[in-house]
Design a protein around this ligand. Structure first.
Ligand code: DLZ
Length: 171
């Protein structure tokens, strides 16, 4: 994620593979809908921008960030996607809910990466204020949905690079 002084959504100096033969799932949370919809749109449009076909992008909603893990698992099991982008926004409140939800979804998505061996991207804002969320959904820090999409494409490019450079001595 971008630091306070950086907008990583410009992708300067990075090579981004063509996504025309890649299939993506986007699972996004309904909580903080105004924010998550912008993240989802950013991710969706960025996938198209790098060549993904609309028919190869499946989107589904879940109630809140806590449900992203299971929603993403369903997406991987039932939709034969190459990568899943998980989108949510958790805003700090007065209780400990924030910590439990953030820990749970970060841990859950990490486990999915390992279990399925496909990229599950952590496109979840964990912010203190609504303003910080706005800054990261088309504001001064870009759109983190765009970054999540580029991360998914890059991880699939990485996977493909291993397929095309297989060891000649059989490992
Ligand atoms: C309950 C809750 C709270 C307090 N805050 C958020 C939030 O900021 N962002 C979010 O995506 N979801 C929140 N939720 C809902 C939980 O993620 C979950 O949907 C419920 O606890 C039901 O399991």
């Amino acid at each position: 994620m971008a630091s306070e002084l950086k907008n990583l959504s410009t992708f300067e100096g990075t090579e981004i593979p063509n996504a025309s033969n890649m299939k993506f799932g986007i699972v996004w949370a309904e909580w903080n809908h105004g924010i998550t919809e912008r993240l989802m749109q950013g991710a969706y449009n960025t996938l198209l921008h790098y060549g993904a076909k609309a028919e190869n992008i499946v989107t589904k909603t879940v109630p809140g960030a806590f449900e992203l893990t299971l929603g993403a698992q369903y997406m991987a099991e039932l939709n034969q996607v190459d990568a899943v982008i998980c989108i949510g926004c958790v805003i700090q409140g007065d209780t400990k809910h924030f910590d439990f939800i953030c820990d749970s979804v970060a841990h859950g998505i990490t486990q999915l990466n390992i279990k399925f061996s496909i990229p599950f991207i952590f496109g979840v804002l964990t912010v203190n204020t609504q303003e910080q969320a706005e800054d990261r959904t088309g504001g001064k820090h870009g759109n983190k949905g765009d970054e999540a999409a580029v991360t998914a494409i890059k991880m699939l490019g990485l996977k493909e690079s291993f397929n095309t450079n297989k060891s000649k001595i059989g490992f």
